[in-house]
Design a binder for this molecule. Structure first.
Ligand code: NAD
Length: 259
């Protein structure tokens, strides 16, 4: 087991990619705090990990709420006495053209991705700097590196996470903290299922065409990336033993984005 005795907090881990990482981390021996806005999904994911023989707690938190993030991270420290890995994964999507987008919707999306990642980072670093180090992982996207139409606040926030990740690598190095950003292509989670009909409506094409000609068009093999692919990489990055690897972005997208 490659993460034995490590303590991890993962935001947005009630379902989708975050839940997959939480389950994989527990199988690798980590104690996992499943943080999510939705208490029921967080509880469900944590219970499933415990049922499978792992160690997990549910932490209900809105990542855009400063006090909730600080107290959620503190609860992890109070429970297990340490924090080794923090993953800013919580995310939302909003499909709309720029000229129609409200400021409220812009702020809603950027706040979850960017403010949420900052608040988790700050709370985690305050503990990691005292304890001698740790790993910060950010859930970016191919949209951290290129744009698609109708997703401007998401694309802007995901690009900004590259900068946050690199800042953490620079500032954290002296304290034993490493950081990386994982950039998945399309993964068939609820976040993506929801946008298939929305994109079909906005673009005036069928749902099947959205999948084939929009989402997977530029992959090398027409395949979705999977939750398991992302969980495997998140494990490899957390287990890597030195700062030889820090501040990097890793694209996992069936070749949609290369470079
Ligand atoms: P999902 O919708 O399945 O899960 C997202 C989780 O985040 C949900 O459990 C939700 O309750 C939680 N969440 C939302 N707002 C929150 C908040 N304010 N505070 C706390 N939790 C909150 O989505 P997913 O596909 O698993 O996405 C996870 C991450 O991966 C996101 O950052 C997303 O942008 C990124 N990503 C997803 C894909 C994809 O194709 N699915 C591709 C690239 C990147």
């Amino acid at each position: 087991m490659r993460l034995e005795d490590r303590v991890a907090i993962i935001t947005g881990a009630g379902r989708g990619i975050g839940r997959g990482i939480a389950e994989q981390y527990a199988r690798e021996g980590a104690r996992v705090a499943v943080a999510d806005l939705e208490a029921a999904t967080a509880e469900d994911a944590a219970a499933a990990i415990r049922d499978a023989g792992g160690e997990a707690i549910a932490v209900t938190m809105d990542v855009t709420d400063e006090n909730a993030v600080d107290s959620g991270v503190q609860r992890v420290i109070d429970t297990w006495g340490r924090l080794d890995i923090a993953i800013a994964n919580a995310g939302v999507q909003h499909i709309e053209a720029l000229d129609k987008l409200s400021l409220a919707d812009w702020r809603k999306v950027t706040a979850v991705h960017l403010d949420g990642a900052f608040l988790l980072t700050r709370a985690a670093l305050r503990h990691m700097y005292q304890s001698g180090g740790g790993t910060l992982l950010y859930m970016g996207s191919v949209h951290s590196l290129e744009a698609s139409p109708l997703k401007s606040p998401y694309v802007a926030a995901k690009h900004a996470l590259l900068g946050l990740c690199r800042s953490v690598a620079k500032e954290g190095a002296a304290h034993g903290v490493r950081s990386h950003i994982i950039c998945p292509g399309f993964v068939r989670t609820p976040l993506v299922e929801k946008q298939i009909p929305e994109q079909a409506r906005e673009l005036g094409i069928s749902e099947d065409e959205v999948v084939r000609n929009v989402m997977l068009k530029n992959t090398v093999d027409g395949e979705f990336t999977t939750v398991e692919d992302i969980a495997r990489l998140a494990t490899d990055l957390a287990a890597f033993p030195s700062a030889a690897l820090t501040g990097q972005s890793f694209v996992v997208s069936h070749g949609w984005h290369m470079g």
